[in-house]
Design a protein. Sequence first.
Length: 318
Amino acid sequence: MAKTRSLRRRIRSIESTRQVTRTMEMVSTSKLKRAQGRVVGARPYARALAEVIGELLSPDLADRFPLLRQPAPPSKGGPKSAAVLLITSNRGLAGAFNANLIRAARDRVGELEAAGYVVDLLVVGKKAISYFKFMRRPLALARLDIGDRPTAEHAAELVQPLVARFEAGELASLDVVFAQFKSALATPPAVLRVLPVQPAGTDAPTHGHTEDAGHGGTGAQGHGATAPKAPVSNYILKPGADELVGALLPLYVRNLVFRALGETAAAEHGARRTAMKSATDNAGEILDVLRRTYNRARQGQITQELAEIVGGAEALKG
């Protein structure tokens, strides 16, 4: 009797859990569609911006803009500070989504520290903040307010102080660790070199999984704009290339960070949807096993009770 009561309690508990996970799966599916729409909608602008910068850049222009300069390593008198911006979520129940991002950030920080840099770690998302607080790692910035609907203003707030430090020669580089949104089932962590802006085709270092800056066929590689080309004949530059490049480079950097925020938000919903679907399916399988076990136990109990009644009746007859 005690066994059947225990099985009934377990069945009710798992049914309640399955109802929660199914609801969360439906909510994540709805949010994923909207987030995916925002990511896809932002790609044409990012593609066009990367192409324009790629057309405008030339070796003589690259020497005149701080955001394009390659700082010397610390051993040769270059800046000793480097920055890593880690983007995670505020909520869990998304499988290994946040753990993979944190691991990628730790690997990148370790590489930079091994190269002699002092790393400023900037974190977006409660999960990473809690982790590094537990590890007693000081953070240069901790943001909880961005959530899963980032805006261009959020990206500007994150990147403007870093751009100013880079232009002043205080910062050697900025890497962004984020979740690349390939599909609802594929959300791998990626490391994107944002500063210095570096045209593709040059010998730029890569760091683990370095993602294309265009995120999905924009033509911009992981460290900056497209490769320099000969000026397009139908471009009328007014004002000149210097003014345009000077205005577009900070905009391009902000757009890279904004894209990383949007990709991570969409990837979070995709990872949570996958995790909740898996949890719902697993709960259904456990329920099938428990119900069969309960039915067998109940059947055995009924058989025993019938045997006792029959035995008692025969004893009264005798």
